[in-house]
Design a protein around this ligand. Sequence first.
Ligand code: URA
Length: 264
Amino acid sequence: MESGLDGHTALALLRWQIELGATEAIGDTPVNRYEAEPPRPAVPAAGPQTPPRPDLPPPAPEVDPVEVAHAAASAARDLDALRAALGDFAHCELKKGARNLVFADGNPAARVMVIGEAPGRDEDIQGKPFVGRAGQLLDRMFDCIGMGRAAPAAEKALYITNILPWRPPQNRDPKPHEVAMLLPFVERHVALVDPDVLVLMGNHSCGALLGRKGITRLRGKWGEALGRPALPMFHPAYLLRNPHAKREAWHDLLMLQARLKETP
Ligand code: URA
């Protein structure tokens, strides 16, 4: 707008107004603020975020991971498809921290399917279940009754998997929501392998498949899981820490052997 003031005078006037306390330049034409656009809702200030509580499951997501898992697992027509479906399953946080998916090892024609808890460090590195110290003990235990994961004959063979296919950080215990969302894959895994009996290694495997924990009471007694005979046993990692319990483990292996002989 033309004012007729020279630049120096205009600047001097502006400085003087600032000294008087003016903080805003207003236009020549008045504005009716009541007719102006309503103010936009204030965006909440990006204050400090509440950190997630590690002892609680994460807030309810929009999709139900258990339903997603059910749909993906039941669509798998064979073990390769099931492995691929697990690999594509994006709802379990454990996957992000793991190096490898640990699906299974052994002979899928086996009469006996062993179900452990979750991969540890060695399993995570190699992508195979029970390959660390506990796994080596497991191999020696079954070798004592003439069985092993490399056996070609179904009656001598083992097929081995875990409840969780990804290593939990620092080998912590599986959380209930992790077990719940991965259980549909375990159920489908068992259905596809179709073993005669299940061996449930340790408390978490029993909790997930029998709905009960307390391995000291459960071990050595046949139960039923997913419609099949299931034998809870001490986990080999427990036997490494408590070698005196190997006596009970030997008893349980003989029970398994007897059962397999009874029902050829
Ligand atoms: N313990 C388990 O339960 N599973 C493994 O694969 C290794 C250790």
